[in-house]
Design a binder for this molecule. Structure first.
Ligand SMILES: Nc1ncnc2c1ncn2[C@@H]1O[C@H](COP(=O)(O)OP(=O)(O)OP(=O)(O)O)[C@@H](O)[C@H]1O
Ligand SMILES: [Mg+2]
Length: 167
């Protein structure tokens, strides 16, 4: 059974630019071993948000929708951290999930960003930041954020304060 979230908040984005900025603010805070799980329907804005994360983190290449590879590995200047962007939309099942090398990325303390994370929720560590994005009228999107565990909660709380301060 899932343990209850320890940090939970909501924010509304009114444009793709705003969603990207929300991602960039989070991206600036990410460190080794952080896991960000994203859920939400087609076109919700998961990839737009990821693009922002990549910009904020300083990824060597833009974070984009994968065409063939489910997994995109990113680096940045200045340290040895890696940011792994995974899109599970085309995942076929548990075997396929296993072949992603998730355990290796987790063991290496890489930063993991997962789109359609609900498809492998059971394989994810309990300590993660979960961001669910839902459509609202027009260009509005509702972001629901949940964190569990010490580090994800600290991360979520810092991000929440930055969002509140920037409004
Ligand atoms: N507030 C908003 N935030 C994010 N995207 C928005 C917003 N308003 C409109 N959009 C548009 O919605 C689309 C979101 O596309 P995006 O590829 O990010 O979705 P996705 O959740 O990754 O979908 P998929 O599951 O197909 O990968 C873009 O075309 C974007 O311009
Ligand atoms: Mg996407």
């Amino acid at each position: 059974m899932r343990s209850p979230p320890q940090v939970e908040f909501q924010t509304i984005s009114s444009s793709p630019q705003r969603s990207e900025a929300l991602g960039a603010a989070l991206g600036r805070l990410l460190g080794a071993g952080d896991v960000v799980a994203l859920s939400g329907p087609l076109g919700a804005g998961k990839t737009v948000f990821c693009r922002g994360i990549g910009l904020g983190w300083g990824a060597d290449r833009p974070l984009t929708s994968p065409t063939y590879n489910l997994v995109h590995e990113h680096e940045r200047a200045g340290d040895d951290l890696r940011l792994i962007h995974i899109d599970l939309y085309r995942i076929a099942g548990a075997d396929d999930a296993h072949s992603l090398g998730l355990e290796d990325y987790l063991a290496a303390d890489d930063i993991l960003i997962l789109e359609w994370a609900e498809r492998i929720a059971d394989a994810l560590p309990a300590q993660r930041l979960w961001v669910d994005i839902a459509h609202r009228p027009g260009q509005q999107r509702e972001f629901n954020i949940e964190a569990q565990g010490e580090r994800p909660c600290a991360l979520g709380e810092t991000w929440r304060r930055q969002i509140a301060a920037a409004v």
